[in-house]
Design a protein around this ligand. Structure first.
Ligand SMILES: [Zn+2]
Length: 389
């Protein structure tokens, strides 16, 4: 059985919230979100292309593939957001507040209405789901960048992400509050964020499209032998760039930008470029901003809107990756929790409270190995949380 709802070939210029929805025999669900940032049209454009190809070719589909458009108002204005960043407002408190306010029909910011509509479509897709559920969030960057994936470090996310021949970055969510993927990841679904390249680079649309084709193959919604040549081409297209960089990297630092601090990135940086400790990266009112250690720069900010100046990351070795998977399968965290200075939060079994003076410097590194990420530092207390596996 095959069918497409939505209007992938709509030529009126208006973008529908649901770009497309294909239903087939019972199976997994893949939900792709495009253009959550309005100055990143590649996500929506790529999804429309994929749905148009599917509609024309009509291959057998297992499960359901849904494409949802993100910030429609900001997209029409070609700006990142109107009132606030639609990818920083997905905390459970805020969503509960929004849902309640919706019932009261109170006025709201542009992004509040957008978020409620997206939530409604996500809820409907989840209610229909009859198998594993995967989320893909499609973005582009303000500066030049190779394509890469970002995941919260669960074993299921790793297994999914490592099917894409691009560098995979761990630990970005440790530095960002309220992203859409954080919200769905905390509900136990498999997630990956994808950054296709620079916003206005036409190749970025191709790479985002390639990512969606590979996701359809990775989830087994489409099989390679179903005669969709796009899947083979997608692998070749993405792996060409992916070969140049480490397979897995870990974010080590985020430089936060606040309005009025005069942040100015030094010109010429591109994502994944290596930097040395002490190298000048940017300036603001406080003076020069330099790299605190050797590594690679990620997403240097070359646009006026946005709160992330740049990130620093370094390679996460495949040996370390295997060791951490092994330790998690052994449930080594139950041993870790016995160490002095480490205890489980009484409120949440996935959260650990670490007294840094007792547990020493390596506590955060071991926590990372076991899939925990830093939530906050409260003086001498470190709070780390992991996503449900
Ligand atoms: Zn974005």
């Amino acid at each position: 059985m095959y069918g497409t709802k939505g209007r992938p070939n709509d030529s009126s210029g208006t973008v529908p919230r649901v770009i497309g929805c294909t239903e087939g025999d019972p199976g997994p669900t893949l939900l792709c979100l495009g253009s959550l940032h309005g100055n990143e049209p590649a996500g929506v454009t790529a999804l429309r292309r994929v749905f148009a190809h599917l509609e024309a070719a009509g291959p057998p589909i297992k499960g359901e593939f849904v494409g949802i458009a993100g910030n429609l108002v900001a997209l029409a204005r070609s700006q990142r957001y109107v009132d606030h960043d639609l990818n920083r407002c997905w905390t459970s408190d805020r969503i509960e507040h929004l849902r309640n306010r919706n019932r009261l029909r109170a006025g709201s910011a542009v992004e509040d209405a957008e978020q409620l509509e997206i939530l409604s479509e996500v809820d409907k897709a989840m209610a229909r789901a009859r198998g594993d559920i995967f989320f893909l969030d499609l973005h582009t960057t303000s500066g030049n960048s190779p394509s890469f994936g970002t995941i919260a470090d669960t074993l299921r996310n790793r297994a999914f992400a490592l099917q894409f021949p691009v560098p995979i970055i761990l630990g970005l969510e440790e530095h960002l509050e309220g992203t859409f993927l954080e919200y769905v990841n905390n509900r136990g679904y498999v997630t990956m964020g994808f950054e296709g390249g620079r916003h206005d680079d036409p190749n970025s649309i191709d790479r985002v499209e390639q990512c969606v084709w590979l996701a359809l193959a990775a989830t087994r919604i489409l099989f390679r032998h179903d005669g969709m040549p796009q899947i083979k081409h997608a692998h070749a297209g993405l792996s060409a760039a992916g070969k140049l960089f480490p397979r897995v990297l870990e974010v080590r630092y985020r430089h936060a930008v606040a309005g009025g601090d005069g942040f100015q990135m030094e010109p010429g940086f591109v994502s994944f470029q290596t930097v040395q400790a002490g190298q000048l990266l940017a300036r603001d009112r406080t003076g020069s901003l330099t790299a605190f250690e050797d590594g690679r720069i990620l997403m240097p900010l070359y646009q006026s809107q946005g709160e992330d100046g740049y990130f620093l990351m370094r390679e996460f070795s495949t040996l370390w990756l295997k060791l951490s998977a092994f330790l998690r399968l052994l449930h080594f965290d139950s041993v870790f929790r016995l160490l002095p200075g480490v205890r489980r939060s009484p409120a949440d079994p996935n959260t650990l409270i670490i007294r840094r003076r007792t547990a020493r410097w390596f506590a955060l590194q071991v926590a990372h190995l076991l899939g925990y990420r830093k939530r906050r530092m409260d003086g001498e207390t470190l709070i780390v949380t992991r996503r449900p596996e």
